[in-house]
Write a protein that binds this ligand. Structure first.
Ligand SMILES: Nc1ncnc2c1ncn2[C@@H]1O[C@H](COP(=O)(O)OP(=O)(O)O)[C@@H](O)[C@H]1O
Ligand SMILES: O=C(O)[C@@H](O)C(=O)COP(=O)(O)O
Length: 416
């Protein structure tokens, strides 16, 4: 294994696997820290954690355990993957995890770059944009767990860190690899270890990736990985053997716990022509719904049945006020985990899940240990294979075309 990656959620980890696989690295996504060695042909290993919204100290401990396993597999470079919308709170977890990994690896210059231009995320003057909106006006200010109300990544990250935060502007990034290296060293010389780097285009990300060829630790969204495989290829370290992917027919179900604007639009579009069942926060809290009944309903439907708790910001706030945000999220996630387990037991072979935390719950419910990464459905979302009879798509809340659920089901079957 060459590149060791730590993802702070499951959709994000498959997003990273997609980028690395497309760029020619043989990649495997692990569910948590494995307790056995990796297969010898894995070139990029991604340890997927569910550490984005847990207490910072636990996120640090889990990330350090992942780092230890990846080091034991022989990795020479490490990537900490977080969300392209920088999902975090003033306490963390991006800053504390990045600093702990940097301490453990003795890293002195660490890129911080969540840019992902294919999905509209760009960084300019240290500020994160989603399309032509600042992050704080993109809808992310309403996120149920990590509302993002400050688009200045330098300022937001500084709340989370012991050390100070540096910045490499777009003018330096556009100046090429030499200018970037000089700018990063300049920031490190001023005592800034975590350095936010502007990036507007894929070309900027490839420049940053090449500039970071000798960095032991890199942090960012999946975009920051775009240039990394080429560094290993240039040293003759990649096998060039991509995995063989095969589609999967059979019973399909879509689950959605994401409340993002993009997912709610996908849910509305899908529900117009496919069987769909909403589960409300109140039903979940009062135990009026059970996983077994929902699974039986879904597998009795034609088309691509959808079960969703996705709700608009007003409904989410009202439900959180009634039940508490954390207990409510936990109750809904537990239901999705139980539902995934029940669906697998009843023979589902294609499972689509929308939402990062939701997908973490779904995967833990399934009890799978690793995923083969397959072809891309939409930017940032690959199909992934859990075992001989189960293929999944874990969709970030914000990603995917308007017809994502139907499109994913068809592509997973190999008919689109
Ligand atoms: N109707 C709802 N009311 C309140 N919280 C909800 C509701 N539906 C889902 N949630 C919770 O909101 C969170 C959504 O996060 P996530 O699944 O990561 O989606 P995204 O990818 O959009 O961030 C989850 O913890 C989920 O359990
Ligand atoms: O970088 C991204 O935007 C995604 O890969 C990601 O991390 C997804 O997180 P969710 O939006 O919580 O699904």
């Amino acid at each position: 294994m060459l590149l060791g990656c730590i993802g702070d959620d499951f959709t994000g980890s498959s997003d990273l696997g997609n980028t690395l696989t497309k760029a020619g690295m043989r990649s495997v996504q692990y569910v948590g820290v494995p307790d056995a060695p990796a297969a010898p042909d894995v070139e990029a290993g991604i340890v997927a954690l569910k550490s984005r919204s847990i207490p910072a100290a636990e996120a640090v401990a889990q990330s350090l355990a992942a780092l230890k396993w990846l080091r034991d597999q022989g990795c020479t470079q490490f990537l900490f993957k977080y969300c392209s919308t920088f999902d975090s709170t003033p306490e963390g977890n991006i800053g504390p995890v990045a600093e702990a990994l940097a301490d453990a690896l003795g890293a002195t210059e660490v890129i911080v770059c969540p840019a992902f231009p294919a999905t509209g995320r760009s960084i300019y003057q240290g500020h994160l944009f989603v399309g032509d909106h600042l992050l704080s006006e993109s809808g992310m200010q309403h996120h149920p767990l990590t509302p993002m109300r400050d688009p200045d990544l330098r300022r937001w990250l500084a709340h989370q860190t012991r050390g100070t935060v540096g910045h490499v502007p777009a003018t330096a990034v556009m100046g090429g690899v030499g200018r970037v290296r000089a700018a990063l060293s300049g920031e490190a010389a001023k005592g800034h270890r975590l350095i936010v780097t502007d990036a507007i285009t894929d070309a900027d990300l490839i420049t940053l990736g090449h500039a970071a060829a000798d960095h032991v630790l890199i942090t960012g969204g999946s975009g920051i990985a775009m240039g990394l495989p080429e560094n290993f290829r240039a040293k003759g370290l990649l096998s060039g053997r991509a995995g063989e992917w095969r589609g999967q027919g059979g019973p399909v179900v879509a689950l959605s716990g994401s409340c993002s604007g993009a997912t709610r639009a996908q849910v509305a579009a899908h529900a117009a022509s496919h069987p769909s069942r909403e589960i409300t926060a109140d039903e979940v809290i009062s135990d009026e719904v059970d996983a077994d009944t929902l699974a039986t309903w879904a597998l009795g439907q034609d088309g691509v049945p959808l079960i969703y708790s996705s709700a608009d910001p007003d409904a989410v706030s009202a439900a959180q006020a009634r039940h508490g945000a954390a207990p409510l999220a936990e109750a809904i996630e537990t239901l999705f985990a139980d539902l995934a387990r029940a669906l697998a037991a009843k023979g589902v072979t294609r499972l689509i899940s929308a939402g990062g935390e939701t997908s973490g719950a779904v995967v833990s419910g399934l009890g799978v240990t690793e995923f083969e990464i397959g072809p891309e459905i939409d930017p940032g979302v690959p199909m992934i294979r859990a075992n001989d009879s189960l293929v999944l798509a874990l969709k970030s809340g914000n990603f995917g075309a308007a017809d994502f659920f139907a499109k994913a089901a068809a592509m997973m079957e190999g008919t689109a």
